[in-house]
Design a protein around this ligand. Structure first.
Ligand SMILES: [Zn+2]
Length: 101
């Protein structure tokens, strides 16, 4: 077990778990209830841990791509012309492979 990511929010953490799963890396999200109640600042942030240590380099690469993708422009699908986030490898609308992948 290794920690690969500390998320700013639960949604952020779940996104990373999802993208790791797509990269073939099983992971677990810890501190899911760390957000506290309404109006409270989280004291502990959600953390993503990979189950198998040998996945570490694959996990880091997937997360780097994810973090770069946040500031990347959207990618337009060549098949259905739907806009996809730069982090996506396939179109969320029609499932076609995106050119940048
Ligand atoms: Zn498409």
């Amino acid at each position: 077990m290794k920690r690969v990511y500390t998320a700013e929010s639960l949604i952020d953490g779940k996104l990373v778990v999802d993208l790791l799963a797509r990269a073939g890396v099983p992971s677990i999200l810890f501190n899911q209830n760390a957000g506290g109640g309404l109006g409270e600042l989280p004291v502990v942030y959600p953390e993503v841990w990979i189950k198998r240590d040998f996945d570490i380099s694959r996990a880091r690469r997937a997360i780097e791509n994810f973090e770069r993708g946040v500031s990347q422009p959207n990618e337009t699908c060549a098949v259905c012309a739907e806009a996809n986030p730069g982090t996506f490898e396939i179109c969320w609308q029609c499932g076609a492979a995106l050119a940048g992948a």
